[in-house]
Design a protein around this ligand. Structure first.
Ligand code: MG
Length: 256
């Protein structure tokens, strides 16, 4: 049941944001999202989900079909999404540069775990947004989550962001605590595991619970900060996802 709750929550939140993706914060202040709407950015029907959900569904399809973790097979499902519209309702309409580049590398014969980009402009949120299914695998270890990230996003920052996100999700699945407690105890583990890593200080605002003001762009740490800010400042799923979509991706303003 928790798997279904989590994935449906992901898909609904995604679909809520699709019509206003790339809209400015000013536009959203004038016309705030209050429920599911259609059309907008991509002119698609109400309830259309995006790459975030499609790639999560593709991941699940692969793991269920294969009965094991096969990164090449997961990337094959990503290719079917990108090229054939699999795991979509109305066809593929958008996916990120980093994910697209990884899919092209895979198609040209690059090994699955080498497909993810590692350059500075590929420290984006594409792997984070599709990583949730891994939280539902019992005893999934950090290396597996890093590999799940690495097939599209190879940068250390993306990998650590995914591991932290899964740690928080697993904490929420395991125990009934305040959101701040889930984050805090997950941060303790991540700080210990990745101590001394080059990029670990990028997570200091999360480690220090300094999330009153967050940005919302494509940079993976900003996205994680924004998601946690929305969780920390709301008290229901509905409030949290509505708050998140009002901080539409691509907006580089500092927000409160
Ligand atoms: Mg999307």
């Amino acid at each position: 049941m928790k798997v279904k709750d989590g994935i449906v929550g992901l898909v609904v939140g995604d679909a809520l944001g699709v019509p206003v993706e790339f809209k400015s914060r000013r536009e959203l202040q004038i016309n705030p999202v209050t429920g599911m709407r259609g059309h907008g950015t991509y002119d698609l029907p109400k309830g259309t989900w995006s790459d975030d959900s499609s790639l999560a569904l593709a991941t699940m399809q692969s793991i269920v079909n294969r009965g094991e973790i096969d990164y090449g097979d997961i990337l094959s499902e990503f290719c079917l999404y990108a090229r054939k519209g699999k795991h979509t309702q109305y066809g593929t309409f958008d996916y990120g540069y980093t994910t697209g580049a990884a899919i092209e590398r895979f198609e040209s014969g690059v090994e699955p775990l080498e497909c993810g980009g590692t350059s500075g402009h590929e420290i984006t949120n594409g792997s984070l947004m599709r990583i949730l299914p891994w939280a539902f695998i019992d005893d999934v270890d950090y290396e597996t989550v890093e590999n799940a990230c690495r097939i599209t996003h190879g940068h250390e920052l993306c990998r650590i962001a995914c591991v932290l996100y899964i740690e928080i999700a697993k904490s929420m699945l395991a125990d009934d605590l305040e959101i701040s407690e889930h984050i805090e105890r997950s941060c303790v583990k991540i700080k210990s595991r990745y101590a001394g890593f080059d990029w670990i200080e990028s997570f200091d605002r999360i480690f220090d619970n300094d999330l009153d003001e967050v940005s919302s762009g494509f940079y993976v740490v900003e996205t994680l900060e924004c998601a946690l800010h929305c969780l920390l400042t709301t008290s229901s799923y509905r409030e949290a996802v509505l708050k998140a979509v009002r901080r539409t991706c691509g907006n580089i303003l500092r927000i409160r």
